[in-house]
Write a protein that binds this ligand. Structure first.
Ligand code: GDP
Ligand code: K
Ligand code: MG
Length: 298
């Protein structure tokens, strides 16, 4: 039976890099869909996480950090973040409770001034601050915009997250359940898989491999009932980067593959055979056609 009181809507999460947007999304949907890293700019595409209860459904859009573009790819990121704000029912502006309000926060606040939908200020990482310091942070932001609510949370530990979701649901319009109960993301599994591989590259190679690395899942097919065969290409800009990624006797690539495979197996609930290749494409991130081929669409 259709529930006429069912509420639903789309909610964008904005905030500068590393405030905890992906962590919140992962907590809310209870599955690893947006990659996490202690480095900035690991989220490039809009990733939707879907939260469904008996009464409501929230479809989250995890936007890349809004910041001044440095390349074609950077420009894509800003455009994608800004355009999503005009298509949603509410916006969560996330800030870091352990840091002072800075230029990066102000840049985003300026852009939110034109948003008509309710904007919530979500102060994250409260597990790391004393109550008095939290009050100081609230003081810094409370008059910056006509916030719908100011909500302190810990995305990592879960403090106040359910309460925040209930507040959001209260202001959502009545509407249909857009996605089935068991769906947590509308991105094809391929994209999530490529993001999991990219996450391992960034974790294991530290500074040597820049964020311009791309991962393209070429093939994903079920070999038999219990095994999925995945073939993916890692794209870098220089031969030296290729060397680092492969490592001595292939050791680095093997490490990346093992860690990524474990995460992918958890995601798919199946055994996985993962085959990784490394390819050099000079200057790929400034080429629009390459961006499109690797799945970054405007
Ligand atoms: P994003 O760039 O905004 O998506 O940020 P991430 O979700 O990737 O988080 C960046 C870093 O902050 C990661 O190391 C997270 O583990 C950490 N982090 C996120 N939320 C919290 C939190 O509530 N408390 C603490 N202590 N760390 C957090
Ligand atoms: K990040
Ligand atoms: Mg992120």
């Amino acid at each position: 039976m259709d529930n006429p009181n069912f509420k639903s809507g789309f909610v964008a999460i904005v905030g500068r890099p590393n405030v905890g947007k992906s962590t919140l999304l992962n907590r809310v949907v209870g599955q690893k869909v947006a990659i996490m890293s202690d480095k900035a700019q690991t989220t490039r595409n809009k990733i939707q996480g879907i939260y469904t209860t008996d009464e409501a459904q929230i479809v989250f859009i995890d936007t890349p950090g809004i910041h001044k573009p440095k390349s074609e790819l950077g420009d894509f990121m800003v455009q994608s973040a800004l355009s999503s704000l005009n298509e949603v029912d509410a916006v969560l502006m996330m800030v870091n409770a352990t840091q002072k309000r800075g230029a990066g926060d102000n840049f985003i606040i300026d852009r939110l001034k034109s948003v008509k939908q309710p904007v919530y200020l979500v102060i994250n990482k409260i597990d790391q601050v004393k109550p008095d310091d939290l009050l100081t942070v609230i003081e810094q932001y409370k008059d910056a915009l006509p916030w719908q609510e100011v909500v302190p949370i810990s995305a990592l530990e879960g403090n106040n997250v359910v309460e925040m979701l209930e507040k959001i649901i209260d202001t959502l319009p009545n509407g249909p359940q857009y996605y089935p109960d068991d769906q947590v993301t509308d991105h094809p599994e391929r994209f999530v898989v490529s993001e999991l591989i990219r996450e391992k590259i960034l974790q294991l190679t530290r500074q040597e491999i820049p964020h311009s690395v791309a991962v393209n899942v070429e093939k994903m097919s079920r070999q038999d009932e219990k095994k999925v065969h995945i073939q993916a290409t890692i794209i870098v800009e220089r031969p030296t980067q290729k060397g680092i990624l492969i490592g001595k006797g292939g050791s680095m690539l093997k490490k990346i593959g093992t860690l990524a495979r474990q995460d992918i197996e958890r995601l798919l609930g199946d055994k996985v055979f993962l085959e990784l290749w490394v390819k050099v494409v000079p200057g790929w991130k400034d080429k629009k056609s390459a961006l499109q081929a690797y799945g970054y669409k405007k």
